[in-house]
Every structure is written in structure tokens, then in C-alpha cells.
Design a protein around this ligand. Structure first.
Ligand code: SF4
Length: 428
């Protein structure tokens, strides 16, 4: 099983290496290894994570070569835009702007978001997939996510593991976390791992630092997703080897934020995301789509804020009402709304990596494919040990929880191959 293929260093300048994958070039930061032109490396999320001996790399690349070009061709075919005479004139005009690589304004974005016409939506998605192919080719990153604690000191009204929830709690010990990461890296082949938890102070700086240091020894890119922590904690984890952080701002609407996340402030969260960026983290951020009270303007503002925050990766999934929370009787958003948001993010921030979330797949079984066909180019697979998986119940019925990790991996790889996507790094 392979989630990354090695590339050959074509050039190194000012701490950035250009990595060549069969002629496709990606820029990566080389913090972890001193590399020279001609050496072979693995990279993830725009970060060079390890060198690989030439003999081993050449063998892997030889085995991949034919498949790589086959996938590229398939992606080119599946991302073509079909003639669509039935789409509305104003939508066609805006999409022509996209095709001319012109910047879309807020008014354009609202227009695209506002259409409910099936032909319009189909064309918006096809155009987004086409833009993704032109700008990023068929690269798609697949990260593993390990949910290591469902304790949380916060009481976000939409969340199934909020402080007030009656969910059975669990915490993985540092040893369990390191072992699960080792299994994911050595047995399952993951090169990037997201370590996620509720805001759980049981993991103090010392514990977190030790976990990050040990997991980094496995030669993986570490994303930390541990919520609001002091800047100093994140700095310490960066120094220990974490290079990516996942922290959503959830909504750019200040009133909605403060209503749904009692006792917290949007400014503080946004400031922490800016700080993470300044520290050098690869930042994954975003929002929940379809929160009760969200307007179309809010959703467009969410995309604009994600862009303004310099997100390396967009992470946004649908709000899913969860029993036992104050929002349990609210409605979940229409899948098309999330897919349109994916397409808009692709149009408004063309360099972005866009994660297709498990929450989207939970709302609609076929939505993972639809998300990848609407501009998405990144996925996560849950690697949490099965005895804990159902307890990390931020929302109910999480897709894939009823299957073994290996089965989820096989399904994902099969889907990616069917669309012509390859596990090359997306670069910076
Ligand atoms: S959304 Fe995050 S911070 Fe809020 S209650 Fe859930 S786990 Fe805690």
C-alpha cells in the first residue's frame, strides 16, 4: 500500500527543494534533512520528510512508472468540462472568468452559491475539477488521523464530545499513541499523521512534546490538532518535530461563533491561526458549513477568511446535528451546498489543497467522490484503534467507522485510482 511516492531532488535553494516526480515538479521545505540535487526523498504537505536510498527509490519508481502515466491520462479525461448549453447565462459568464484565470469577487461567489439549478451545479463542479487538474495535476494527498482523546474542556454547541456530553470518555496513553502511529507508518504505509483530540489538558506540554518527538522518529509529517493552546505549546511542538497544525476557525461570523462556542472569542482563535502560520507551521484551517443561522454571505466570508489566513489546506465539512447537543434538532445542510463551497474555494484560492472530509461522506455515501470531483484533492483515513473509534463521536454515524482501517484504505485507493489520482506530494 502506498500513500506517497519518492521524488528526485532537482534543485535546492534557500531551504526549498524542487522535487521531481516523473517530470512533475513540486517545491518542498527541507527542514528535516540536508539534501542535494540527485538525491531521492519523500515529501508530504510541502515538507520533505525523509531521504530514501537511491536503489530503493529507483525500484519503487520503476514499479510505479506505467501506472503513474496511466493515472495522469485518466485524470485528464475525467476532468474535462462537457458542453452545457442549459446552464444559466450569468453562471456561464462567471465560469468563463474562472477559465480565464480572473479573480472572482464576492458578488460572483454569491451568485454561484445561490443557484439551485442542477445543470448550473453540474457545470460549477466540472469547472472546479478542471481547474484542480490544470493547477495541481492528479496529485492527491492521503493522511491518517488518530483521535487520541475525547475529553474536552469546551462546550461547543454542535459537538458530540463537548464538556456537557454524556459520551463515555477515553484517553490514549502516550505509549498507545506512539504504537498506533508506528503501526500506521510501518505497517500501513502512512507518511503524514494528524494527532487529534478535544481540548484535553491531561496532555501537558511535556507529554505532547514526547509524543511528537517519538512519532517524528517514524519519518512522518505530523499535524497537531489539539485546539486552543498557548503559542508557547505550539512552539515547543514545532521544535519537537511537528510541522503542520489543523485548527479551524469554524465560522467567520463573530456573533455565531460566540453563540455556538460559549466563553471563547473568534479573534483569539484567528490570532492563534495567524501565529501558527508565523511559526512556520503548514496550516490547515476552515469552517463548518451549514451551521444553523449561517447565511450565504457567511459562507463566502468563511472562504475569504481561510484564504486570508494563508491556509495551506482548506478543511471544511458539513454541520451534522448530534443527539445530546443543543443543536440536535437542527437540519444538516444540503450536500450540494458543501460541494459548491468546495468549488468556490477552488476558484477563489487556486493554489489551495482542499480536504474532502469524512463528515461530508457521512452525510452522503457518494460524496467523497463528488468532493474530489468538485475541486478537492486531499483525504484523511481514520487510524484510531477500533475500540476508541466510536467514542470520538463529534457527530454520529461517522463514515468508515464500521470498517477495518485496511478496508477503508483499500476503498480509498480504489476510488483514487478510478479517478486517476496519484499519491504524489502537492508541494508548497
Ligand atoms: S469542537 Fe473541539 S473544542 Fe469544541 S467541544 Fe468539540 S472537541 Fe471541544
Amino acid at each position: 500500500m502506498c500513500y506517497a511516492i519518492p521524488g528526485r531532488v532537482a534543485e535546492v535553494k534557500d531551504g526549498v527543494a524542487v522535487v521531481d516526480y516523473f517530470g512533475e515538479k513540486r517545491n518542498v521545505l527541507c527542514d528535516f534533512a540536508d539534501v542535494r540535487k540527485g538525491e531521492y526523498v519523500y515529501a508530504q504537505g510541502g515538507v520533505l520528510i525523509s531521504k530514501i536510498p537511491e536503489k530503493e527509490a529507483v525500484e519503487i519508481l520503476e514499479a510505479w512508472k506505467e501506472k503513474f502515466f496511466e493515472l495522469k491520462e485518466l485524470d485528464r479525461t475525467t476532468s474535462k468540462i462537457h458542453e452545457n448549453a442549459d446552464a444559466s447565462g450569468n453562471i456561464l459568464q462567471i465560469l468563463q472568468k474562472v477559465n480565464r484565470n480572473q479573480e472572482l469577487g464576492k458578488k460572483d461567489a454569491l451568485e454561484l452559491l445561490g443557484t439551485d439549478d442542477g445543470e448550473d451545479i453540474k457545470l460549477i463542479m466540472e469547472t472546479a475539477n478542471n481547474v484542480r487538474q490544470k493547477d495541481h495535476d492528479n496529485a492527491c494527498c492521503v493522511h491518517g488521523i488518530l483521535e487520541f482523546s475525547n475529553y474536552c474542556t469546551q462546550d461547543c454547541m454542535y459537538c458530540g464530545i463537548r464538556k456537557g456530553s454524556s459520551v463515555k470518555r477515553y484517553r490514549m496513553t502516550p505509549e498507545e499513541i506512539i504504537d498506533a502511529a508506528r503501526h500506521a507508518s510501518k505497517e500501513l504505509g502512512f507518511k503524514a499523521l494528524v494527532l487529534q483530540s478535544g481540548e484535553d489538558p491531561w496532555y501537558d506540554d511535556e507529554k505532547l512534546e514526547r509524543i511528537v518527538r517519538e512519532v517524528r522518529r517514524l519519518d512522518v509529517l505530523i499535524f497537531v490538532s489539539i485546539g486552543m493552546r498557548p503559542k508557547e505549546t505550539y512552539k515547543r511542538l514545532y521544535d519537537a518535530g511537528a510541522r503542520a497544525a489543523l485548527l479551524r476557525f469554524e465560522t467567520s461570523n463573530k456573533d455565531l461563533f460566540e453563540k455556538l462556542r460559549p466563553g471563547t472569542k473568534l479573534e483569539d482563535r484567528v490570532q492563534l491561526i495567524r501565529d501558527l502560520n508565523d511559526m512556520g507551521y503548514v496550516v490547515a484551517t476552515g469552517f463548518l458549513t451549514g451551521l444553523p443561522g449561517e447565511t450565504n454571505e457567511d459562507l463566502v466570508n468563511n472562504i475569504l477568511l481561510t484564504k486570508e489566513l494563508g491556509a495551506d489546506m482548506y478543511s471544511f465539512g458539513p454541520f451534522i446535528p448530534t443527539d445530546g447537543t443543543p443543536l440536535q434538532s437542527e437540519s444538516k445542510p444540503d450536500v450540494d451546498r458543501v460541494l459548491k463551497a468546495t468549488a468556490l474555494a477552488r476558484f477563489m484560492d487556486r493554489k489551495s489543497k482542499i480536504l474532502v472530509t469524512t463528515a461530508l461522506e457521512t452525510v452522503d455515501k457518494g460524496a467523497k467522490k463528488k468532493g474530489l470531483m468538485s475541486g478537492g484533492n486531499s483525504l484523511m483515513i481514520n487510524i484510531t484503534p477500533s475500540k476508541y473509534r466510536d467514542l470520538y463521536r463529534i457527530y454520529p454515524g461517522k463514515a468508515g467507522n464500521d470498517k477495518k482501517t485496511e478496508e477503508n484504505i483499500n476503498d480509498t485507493i480504489e476510488l483514487l485510482y478510478s479517478l486517476g489520482r496519484a499519491p504524489t506530494d502537492l508541494g508548497l
